[in-house]
Design a protein around this ligand. Structure first.
Ligand code: C5P
Length: 395
């Protein structure tokens, strides 16, 4: 890819301008692996290719869920390991989310046993400062130094938590425990949404701890490299193999075939009744189809339609236009059936999305985001209702 001037260089990547596109950067991952703030450094041929792939795949998953990231495209082998991202001004803070106690947390707090489940998830901020070993920093200190506003910190925590839950869900479906995760944020430096917070930098196998079967000794992430006393070629070969395994697993996180919602109307007169639910389920980007049947005019046809749909779609949910049809469908199929008249439209859309989210991480992420937005709408409304009005007498 045609690259312009070098903009920044980290321990494991280089960022370049993209000629003619001032709001876009090209990121190339290097074949380096480092630990201890750069005190240990090794060349690991192929690591850049694998890291670019892992990061691109994680960011694509997060984008599909609706989270704001700087990732645009690229990062696969065909892209020469170059990834295109939106240019952002980085906030020099590492945001760490912990679901299981490990690492620096158990060193700092000996009262917390390694492996303890942390509920709610713990969010910590570390100042990016290699010379001082990235010290833990309190929220008020971040604000005092002018690094981020309280509102931005609130959003960063929320986005980091959701990111963690999405990736934990994906890893869980691979029988692997996501222990903790580090992400970084930037503010878009131009284009649409200029100034908005986005997840930036990288999220790869250096950014998290992952324990297959919940067993630390099976770890697949960079901690294995950090823990080495001396680094032999055999060790590096094992590290390389683990990184490759992780890139492959991450590539399989989005479900190949997403779920299907079958909206079934009991008679032509009931078709319109399902429209509000269909509109609400579109929020989740669910695939859907519609059928018209009749429980009392053509009951055999109802059963035939169900058998046909069940045989066609592996991941299916029925939404029936009323209780008679719902009862008939429920008796006829092992697939979940919901009666549209029992819920309001947005509630039903959420239930349907949750049902399909159980084995679809993208849908799971979209559900989390819709819920987070609903929460923030309530908090916003509460803040609004008590906000001081315009000064009286200044009309
Ligand atoms: O070492 P600590 O327990 O604080 O690390 C928490 C998480 O942040 C781990 O998943 C680790 O891989 C990640 N991390 C990172 N970059 C750092 C420090 C920690 O990605 N500079």
């Amino acid at each position: 890819m045609n690259k312009g001037l070098e903009v920044a260089r980290g321990k494991t990547k280089v960022l370049y301008e993209k000629p003619g596109e001032p709001d876009t950067l090209v990121v190339t991952a290097l074949d380096n692996i480092t630990a201890g703030d750069g005190a240990r450094r090794d060349e690991l041929p192929g690591k850049g290719r694998i890291a670019a792939k892992t990061t691109a795949r994680v960011f694509r998953l997060l984008n599909l869920c609706g989270l704001p990231t700087h990732y645009l495209s690229g990062g696969e082998d065909d892209d020469d390991n170059e990834m295109l991202v939106r240019r952002a001004n980085m906030i020099p803070i590492e945001v760490v989310v912990r679901g299981v106690a490990a690492g620096s947390l158990v060193k700092r707090k000996p009262g917390i046993a390694k492996g303890a489940i942390l509920v709610p998830r713990m969010v910590e901020f570390f100042l990016k400062d290699d010379a001082n070993h990235d010290p833990l920093i309190e929220i008020d200190d971040i604000v005092h130094r002018g690094l981020a506003t309280p509102q931005e910190l609130g959003m960063m925590s929320e986005i980091a938590r959701i990111t963690f839950e999405i990736l934990a869900h994906a890893w869980r479906s691979r029988e692997t425990l996501l222990v903790d995760l580090k992400i970084e944020f930037g503010r878009l430096s131009g284009g649409e949404g200029r100034g908005n917070l986005v997840i930036a930098d990288v999220i790869d196998n250096d950014s998290w701890r992952v324990w297959p079967q919940g067993r630390e000794e099976l770890m697949l992430d960079k901690q294995m490299y950090r823990d080495l006393e001396t680094v032999t070629p055999d060790d590096l070969a094992r590290v390389h193999a683990n990184y490759e395994t992780v890139a492959d697993l991450v590539g399989s996180f989005p479900a190949l075939r997403s779920g299907m919602v079958a909206y079934v109307a009991d008679g032509a007169q009931s078709v319109a009744l399902l429209d509000p639910v269909i509109a609400q389920t579109n929020v989740f980007g669910l695939q859907s189809l519609r059928r018209v049947v009749s429980t009392h005019l053509v009951p055999a046809y109802v059963l035939q339609a169900v058998q046909q749909l069940d045989a066609t779609f592996a991941r299916l949910v029925y939404v029936a236009s009323g209780p008679h049809l719902a009862a008939m469908l429920s008796a006829a199929t092992p697939t979940p059936v919901f009666d549209a008249t029992e819920f309001d439209a947005s509630e039903l859309a959420l239930v349907v999305a949750k049902t399909l989210a159980m084995d679809d991480t993208v849908m799971f992420g979209r559900v989390l985001l819709v819920q987070a937005n609903a929460r923030s709408a309530v908090l916003g409304a509460d803040a609004q209702i008590n906000a001081p009005g315009p000064p009286v007498g200044l009309a």
